[in-house]
Design a protein around this ligand. Structure first.
Ligand code: IDP
Ligand code: MG
Length: 150
């Protein structure tokens, strides 16, 4: 099983789509093993988005992600990193397919509602930025035996 980091960004909380995001994760069969609403400070924003430092949109990205509450989650499941990225859709919501979160709810790239780790290495790094090991909870979903063949 993989764990990935998923976050509803300030536009998503402000627009009231937290429940929609959670519903889609649960409906897919992925398991939420940690979750909290929080405000991101500038230091955490810069660490989280460190790979984008120096790009023209970096300052806007940091000010946007610190502008309101986010809902941070650790999501677990088989190939959870790729499965979550597929649920989220392309970075630019204009290009994200219908049926994806960004495709269904967004238009501008700087207001694309959700973040999802892009690799297992990013997932590990991002999870450790936002959660302590004690905040990640192990439990069984009753449908796990039917979600997975083996
Ligand atoms: P991702 O969120 O799909 O992984 P990244 O390339 O990692 O996309 O970019 C991080 C975030 O930075 C995006 O989700 C988006 O909000 C913002 N971003 C990316 N590219 C641009 C851009 O060209 N203009 C403005 N914002 C951008
Ligand atoms: Mg990214």
């Amino acid at each position: 099983m993989e764990q990935t980091f998923l976050m509803v960004k300030p536009d998503g909380t402000a627009r009231g789509i937290v429940g929609e995001v959670i519903s889609r994760i649960e409906a897919k069969g992925l398991k939420i093993v940690a979750m909290k609403m929080m405000e991101i400070d500038e230091g955490l924003a810069k660490r989280h988005y460190g790979e984008h430092e120096g790009k023209p949109f970096f300052a806007d990205l940091v000010s946007f992600i610190t502008s309101g509450p986010v809902v941070a989650m650790v999501v677990e499941g088989r190939e959870a990193v790729n499965v979550c990225r597929a649920l989220i859709g392309a970075t630019d919501p204009k290009e994200a397919g219908p049926g994806t979160i960004r495709g269904d709810f967004g238009i501008d790239v700087g207001r694309n509602l959700v973040h999802g780790s892009d690799s297992l290495a990013s997932a590990e790094r991002e999870i450790s930025l936002f959660f302590t090991p004690e905040e990640i909870i192990e439990y069984k979903r009753t449908d796990e035996d039917w979600l997975y063949e083996n």
